[in-house]
Design a binder for this molecule. Sequence first.
Ligand SMILES: [Ca+2]
Length: 258
Amino acid sequence: MKYITLRFMVVCMLMTAFSAYASTVVLQDDFSGTAIDPQWNINYMGNIKSPYWDYTVNNGYITVTNLYAKTYSTDTQLDHTVVRLTRTFEPVTDFLFTARFIWNQANSLAASDVFYFSLGNVARVGYRDVWTNEKGQLEVYPTGEASNYIGNRTFPFSGDVEVMITRENSIVNVYWGGVLYSTFENTNPLSDIYIHFAFKAIAGSPQGFFGTQRLDYVTIDGSLLNQPDPPDPAPIPEPATVILLVSGLALKCILKRS
Ligand SMILES: [Ca+2]
């Protein structure tokens, strides 16, 4: 038992050491605390006015409940308002992106709204309550590959999913709720992301944003394009040998005692 435990620990240590080199967490936010992490830039776009939006950060979520259009005119295009959370990081090649998104849009005719993640020049993935009387739509836009656009208009008005985007050897896979929706090739380094909250009022319906858009976490773990130089390659084999030797001696001791 002790042997198995120790061996498991050694394997875990080696794996941790390997993954620490092979990939790096370049973004991790679980929305703990009561404010948006200042590493995010908040961009107010479109025809938006102060106080811009209603949101809370608590219980581990950011929850958006309203975006304020500047006007509620008869021209719906003028009432298109957007808030983006943007962030940049060290460029990565292969990566794993995960996020949990929870939405609850009343079956309302008041507005059309949109929520998506935009990952640099790689992909855009999100949800759109398309229009007044149509159901929600999943959308996947591989950047620069319009022909691979995916739209699924059978999505419910409310839901809770983990969004996962992976890239391995230039092949990108997009999963929504564990279902693979899109696979395409892309080699652009990934070094930025924005989370896009958007609202579009429908003429004569000034109630504003309806329902909620909630995020639990966002993470990006990737292989750095510019790997840091190893500190000094010469002495590395020696400590590794010492560790193996010590591990072996420790094992012997434990086996003898048990
Ligand atoms: Ca959380």
